[in-house]
Design a protein around this ligand. Structure first.
Ligand SMILES: [Cu+2]
Length: 165
């Protein structure tokens, strides 16, 4: 969380430098802080000393679409999943694991501040040709979403779901 806030502060500062404009960025950072605090809608960060299942997800662009493959993952409540998320595309992408509502909220924030970088237990920015690992414990039942919130990417198809039963 602190790391995100530092990144947000740095991003706000660079936007302020670019546009000579600060006030609208402050509510942004505060809104973000309130939005996810330390409790995550989709469960909790995983524990690497406990068993987990690996799920590989590939991100790519093709014919104007941007996709995750697979775009649907079924999980048992309480199960730990290590997502290995590979960006095989030519553009930077993100993997945000959250509720649909949180993702929709954060997508709006990113429209105002497209250069935001993410390095959180449930949210990573992934450069082309790179991969990240996210170990997650699905402690709550429900349907959650993984999504890329870079402007335009969600609309191009970059979202998928995790169904926890
Ligand atoms: Cu993307």
């Amino acid at each position: 969380m602190l790391r995100t806030l530092r990144v947000l502060a740095a991003a706000a500062f660079s936007v302020a430098l670019t546009f000579g404009y600060m006030p609208s960025m402050l509510p942004h950072a505060m809104a973000h802080e309130g939005a996810d605090d330390d409790d995550y809608a989709a469960g909790e960060p995983g524990d690497a000393t406990k068993p987990f299942r690996v799920v590989e997800i590939t991100m790519r662009e093709s014919d104007g679409a941007m996709t995750y493959s697979p775009d649907s993952v079924d999980v048992k409540q309480g199960e730990q999943i290590k997502f290995i998320v590979k960006n095989t595309g030519a553009l930077k992408h993100e993997f945000f694991l959250d509720s649909e509502q949180h993702n929709a909220h954060h997508k709006l924030e990113m429209q105002k501040n497209p250069e935001m970088e993410h390095d959180d237990p449930n949210a990573q920015s992934i450069e082309p040709g790179k991969q990240v690992e996210i170990l997650w414990k699905f402690s709550k039942a429900g349907t959650f979403e993984f999504a890329c919130l870079i402007p335009g990417h969600y609309e191009a198809g970059m979202h998928g779901k995790v169904v926890v039963k």
